[in-house]
Write a protein that binds this ligand. Structure first.
Ligand code: BES
Ligand code: MN
Ligand code: ZN
Length: 504
């Protein structure tokens, strides 16, 4: 079964009465007199005004009111009024969510088309607002479950029309459509069970997607990985019957900023049992999403290619299972990384940092100048920041800030965490260069410090998405399951390459 579908998206400056859609979505603010839409309340037969007067509907974020529409010359017959909160608090993320709510509502009622009446907003550039609305609508066209045999036809949004004031910014529409779609592709990959999405299957799907969008792709197999002496990746892979892969992606646009090569590294554990330090049974099934960082790198690069981001970019995705097989690495084992550094494995469940270590080294050998890695890395990060904010680690501060701002634009919330050298003591080993675990206190930070050992002297950011990759609760603007976090952040970062030097 198809897990997402990209609707036909258009933007027009047509009058609201002429919008030809099953459902009209109207964002409404708390402080809103609808002066730009003087006929709308009347078209609802006064339903909207009445609900407002009775305070059934106040415009608070994500409130919903469903009314009929009608009267002289009105094409749309139904409206969903969606609360957008106080005008002064408006962000692109709020607009994105309003659009998702509209899209999800429409699909529940089996409306195949929506029109969104974008409202005048001062604080947000029109192109940014338009992009966010398109992204939100496309994000609504995603389904989590895909292996039910009973015939349950899915209702998709076939058509989305954005009503804008003035000129139509086609580039913004295209950005929204591509970023929404690529996020959905990543969600689909993360939702795939471990027996379907093995490292080899991940590499196959990555290769196909790469070819479809014009990215360069090369897949290293277990022999090539051994020839490169990637002892950390091989150590993790040893417990599994499934051979590991390293997926290498290349975005080489004709027009690119000179002297800059972005290196993206994504954790691709297709299933994490914990290995010999095995995880408890409860919720272990969720560990099928432990390749979400890898999916984010793949899908962000697909977006970069489709949007012609003016920066050269190399993606490296180490992919393996973490299994407790008879040949699995054991606590106390010593592994030697491709770079030559030795690691004492104290806990085989701290596998992500191991495979990232070799992958970061490999990205450096390919000549990248700036590094970002993204990984469902630590439960400690979930404890620190919860399930809505990703952790950011790295240096220098200006590069961390660059990524943070990109995540803000993307609607992937993130927040900086420290990587002071004082924390390095946590990784001290008696017999190797360092251990792979730093204990419970500051667990997300010691994990970051481990990875830092493999970043050389490059500007580097590590994004811990352990809490944000999977939504446990349904929200009005988000279904349960994989979120596709990181896709839009990494793509926005690349699209904004011209501003990098300004911060540094
Ligand atoms: N994939 C997990 C991290 C994780 C935990 C992601 C919960 C999503 C939700 C990672 O490989 C892991 O097992 N980390 C350990 C590290 C520890 C053994 C030092 C953890 O966080 O418990
Ligand atoms: Mn683990
Ligand atoms: Zn893991």
């Amino acid at each position: 079964m198809q897990v997402h579908k990209t609707p036909a998206v258009t933007a027009t400056a047509r009058k609201t009465t002429d919008l030809d859609a099953d459902l009209l979505i109207i964002p409404v603010f708390e402080d809103d007199n609808l002066s730009d839409e003087p006929d709308l309340d009347r078209a609802s037969g006064g339903e909207y005004g009445g609900a407002r007067q009775r305070r059934e509907f106040t415009g608070k974020p994500f409130e919903q009111l469903f009314t009929p529409l009608g009267g002289d010359g009105w094409k749309p017959r139904r409206a969903l009024w969606v609360g957008a909160g106080a005008r002064k608090d408006l962000t692109t993320e709020r607009l994105r969510r309003v659009a998702t709510i509209g899209g999800l509502f429409a699909r529940q009622r089996r409306f195949g088309s929506i029109a969104i009446a974008s409202r005048p907003v001062e604080a947000i550039a029109p192109g940014r607002a338009l992009q966010a609305l398109v992204e939100g609508a496309v994000l609504a066209n995603y389904e989590g479950m895909s292996y039910k045999t009973a015939d349950q036809p899915v209702a998709w949004l076939e058509r989305v029309e954005l009503r804008v004031a003035g000129d139509v910014d086609e580039a913004a529409v295209e950005r929204g459509r591509v970023l929404g779609e690529c996020t959905n592709v990543a969600r689909g990959l993360s939702n795939e069970p471990g027996n379907v999405l093995t490292p080899r299957e991940f590499a196959e799907r990555a290769s196909k997607l790469a070819r479809d969008v014009g990215l360069g792709v090369e897949v290293l197999d277990e022999k090539q990985i051994a020839a490169l002496k990637m002892g950390l990746l091989l150590g993790v892979a040893r417990g599994s019957e499934q051979p590991p892969r390293v997926i290498v992606l290349r975005h080489e646009p004709k027009k690119a900023v000179k002297g800059v090569v972005l290196g993206l590294v994504g954790k691709g554990i297709t299933f994490d049992t914990g290995g010999i330090s095995i995880k408890p049974a409860e919720n272990m099934d969720k560990m099928k999403d432990d390749m979400s960082g890898g999916a984010a790198v793949l899908c962000a690069m697909a977006a970069m290619s489709r949007l012609h981001a003016p920066v050269q970019c190399i993606g490296v995705i180490p992919a393996t299972e973490n299994m407790p097989g008879g040949r699995a690495m054991k606590p106390g084992d010593i592994l030697t990384s491709a770079e030559g550094k030795t690691v004492e494995v104290l806990n085989t469940d701290a596998e992500g940092r191991l495979i990232l270590g070799d992958a970061l080294w490999y990205a450096r050998t390919l000549g990248v100048t700036h590094l970002v890695d993204i990984a469902t890395l630590t439960g400690a990060c979930v404890v620190a920041l919860g399930k809505t904010t990703s952790g950011l680690f790295g240096r220098p501060e200006s590069w961390v800030e660059q990524v943070r701002r990109a995540s803000d634009r993307a609607g992937d919330r993130s927040w900086p965490m420290p990587v002071f050298d004082d924390y390095k003591d946590l990784l001290k080993s008696e017999i190797a260069d360092f251990t792979n675990t730093g204990g419970r206190a500051g667990g997300a930070i010691s994990a970051a410090l481990f990875i830092k050992e493999f970043a050389g002297d490059l500007p580097w950011v590590h994004m811990d998405i352990a809490g944000t990759a999977w939504a446990e609760e349904v929200k009005p603007y988000q279904p349960k399951g994989a979120t596709g976090v990181g896709v839009r952040t990494l793509a926005e970062l690349a699209l904004d390459v011209e501003s990098w030097s300004k911060l540094a």
